[in-house]
Design a binder for this molecule. Sequence first.
Ligand SMILES: [Zn+2]
Ligand SMILES: [Zn+2]
Length: 97
Amino acid sequence: MLDPLSLAVGAGLLAAGWVCGRFVPRRRTGSARKLTARCGCGHDLALHDRSTGTCHAESSRRGTHGLREWVQCNCRRYTGPTPLEDVFSPPILPPDN
Ligand SMILES: [Zn+2]
Ligand SMILES: [Zn+2]
């Protein structure tokens, strides 16, 4: 059962996350182009296990009864680029202008 309040809270959280994502500065001097460490499965490098390479991301889909079920990504190995400085989470800096 979903009541309108928790729906609104969920939507608010989604919006906040989206806004945060939008305002994270994408450009830093000299390293503008290599911030997309994205695997062929469409998930971030950070979501892949560093030792086994399997993807920990989960995606939701509608199950047979209309219920949402979560399935783990079936990616077994990260295939995207490996930007060294982005393996560790980059600091979030405010835009300086
Ligand atoms: Zn992957
Ligand atoms: Zn994946």
